[in-house]
Structures are given as C-alpha cells and as structure tokens.
Write a protein that binds this ligand. Structure first.
Ligand code: FES
Length: 239
C-alpha cells in the first residue's frame, strides 16, 4: 500500500504519497505554484527556480518541484518573500529575452508571458547589462529555433532524450554562455532530429516552434496558377 505523509500547505491539511514533491502535493490540492522548467510528463530538474516556496525545516526557499514532502511539513507558497523571489527570477529571465511578444508565434500561448502577467512584472529592473545574442535556426522544413527566446529550462533536452530516445539537444557552455545546443552546434537539418515536434510541444516560450506555413497556403489559395511550394515535415518518429 502507498505510504502517505501529512503536511500543511497554505494552511490546508494535505495527504500526499511519500516521495512525491511539494509541487505535486500542492497541485493535487488545487494550490497554484508557477513553474517553467517543470512538465508533468518529464523528470523534474529544478532548473528555473520559479516554483520556490517556504518550507519548514529549510533555511532557504526551496524549489517545490524537486523538494520532497515529509511528515508534518508546513509549506507557504504565497508569502511576500516567495513572490518577490519569483518576480526577481522572472525579471532576470526577461532581461535576456527579445520582448517581441506582439510578433511572436507563441503570443497568447507563452508560459513566460503568462507568468510575467500573473506576477505583475511591468518593467525590468536589471536592463542595461550584457545580453546573449543567438541565431535563429530556420534550416529545416518543420521547426524554427530562436535561441534568444530560450530560457534554458531543459524541457526540449529531456523530452528528446527521455521520451524520444534521440538526444538531439544538450546543454553546452558554462555560466552566462550556457545554451541548448545540438551536437557540434549544427543546425537541425544537419542533426539527428526527426522533426517529431515534441520539443516544440513542451517548449514554454517561442524558442522552438513549428514552422508556420500559413502564409504560403493562403498564397496558394489566392493565386492558384502561381506555383507555391508548401514544405511538409518528413515522417514522424514515434517512440
Ligand atoms: Fe521548479 Fe523550475 S519549476 S525549478
């Protein structure tokens, strides 16, 4: 039988399976904690630190997606200390973000944009420093990678490696120069990518999106005599 532990989150008495995370316990009780690197289908990594909470027994804020529940634990998910820490994390992420939401394909469906709105981020305190300039990989028929929009959550790496068994992506570089890269920094066309689209599906921002050929389709409809080539994805690999 599954062993359960008792804990309190935001004053609510909760039972959660031993070994589960504070985030899972909170979500099962309907308590919202913002996340970016966490995805329910992937192994948690604790990379973004947006899910920080106060937990009894811990001297600092903890990342709830990788912090296990324990008997008698008291968790606070919405104190001013927690909100300020999350806001700072988000502002730092946005400082190195293109901020072209209005013309981004993910506008309105972007997790970063939604959480920034939820946390009331209106202006950035940390602008003016060095930023990373990255390229856009538009080499292949299916996906567009815009590295400037990458927040290094690692979801694409995990889904490609752990779900698809391909490992097209991995982290490269250190510190400020960390990036998600393919082997030898090749573009996707010259990598092992099979264009399954899983990375685009789990990407929380517009860093990896499916190629939008809508304009070409409309051009073909409006100008039937004009030859317009609409590229389609090669065969999809299913894990
Ligand atoms: Fe927990 Fe990113 S969601 S650290």
């Amino acid at each position: 039988m599954m062993q359960m532990v008792n804990l309190t989150i935001d004053g609510k008495q909760i039972q959660a399976p031993a070994g589960s995370s504070v985030l899972e316990a909170a979500r099962s009780a309907g308590i919202y904690i913002p996340t970016l690197c966490y995805h329910p289908d992937l192994r948690p990594e604790g990379a973004c630190r947006l899910c920080m909470v106060e937990a009894s027994g811990a001297r600092t804020l903890v990342a709830s997606c990788v912090y296990p529940v324990s008997e008698g634990m008291v968790v606070k998910t919405n104190t001013s200390k927690v909100r300020e820490a999350r806001k700072t994390v988000l502002e730092l992420l946005l400082t190195n973000h293109p901020k072209d939401c209005l013309c981004c394909q993910k506008n309105g469906d972007c997790e970063l944009q939604k959480i920034a709105a939820d946390l009331g981020v209106r202006k950035l305190r940390f602008e003016g420093g060095e930023t990373r300039a990255r390229t856009i990989d538009n080499s292949n028929p299916s996906l567009v990678r815009d590295q400037e929009k990458c927040i290094l959550c690692g979801r694409c790496i995990r889904v490609c490696r752990d779900v698809q068994g391909m490992s097209v992506y991995s982290f490269a570089g250190r510190g400020f120069n960390t990036m998600v890269s393919t082997a030898f920094e090749h573009d996707l066309l010259n990598s092992a990518c099979t264009y399954c689209g899983q990375c685009a599906d789990v990407c929380p921002t517009g860093a990896i999106v499916e190629k939008d050929d809508t304009d070409k389709v409309w051009a073909a409809i409006n100008n039937p005599e004009k030859v317009v080539v609409v590229q389609t994805a090669p065969s999809v690999r299913v894990a």
